[in-house]
Write a protein that binds this ligand. Structure first.
Ligand code: 5GP
Ligand code: ZN
Length: 113
């Protein structure tokens, strides 16, 4: 059985979080340490450690579709937003349960740091 992690705890409700959207497979909640006026995390409810560990490609359409739909519902299409996935420590991943950052409400620089 897959080891449970912090975001598994949030998915199951054992760890509190400000939930924005959820269905059977995915959950969107507010980042506890926001780096932009809008900073949400979209996760699969099932544990997957990182983008490198996704086995079922259908997970991508579900997860990214959910992030994009959330942005749309929040009225962010026109002003724009950034979706980020950090894969591995060197890329800045600190929680090893796959998550998509949805960030908006300010200008973002490119290239990112
Ligand atoms: P990473 O660095 O792995 O790409 O992103 C992890 C994100 O999870 C960070 O932005 C961090 O602020 C957020 N985070 C870490 N612990 C918690 C928590 O307990 N609750 C919530 N809502 N977000 C968390
Ligand atoms: Zn997990």
């Amino acid at each position: 059985m897959e080891k449970k992690c912090l975001f598994c705890g949030i998915a199951s409700g054992e760890v509190p979080a400000q939930r924005v959207y959820e269905d059977d497979e995915v959950l969107v909640f507010k980042d506890v340490n926001p780096q932009a006026p809008v900073h949400l995390l979209a996760i699969p409810k099932e544990h997957v450690s990182s983008s490198a560990d996704v086995k079922d490609p259908a997970l991508w359409s579900k997860l990214m579709g959910c992030a994009v739909e959330t942005a749309h519902r929040l009225g962010l299409d026109d002003e724009g937003y950034r979706l980020v996935i950090n894969c591995g420590t060197r890329a800045g991943q600190t929680v090893f349960h796959l998550h998509v950052h949805l960030m908006a409400g300010r200008s973002f620089h490119w290239p990112p740091g």
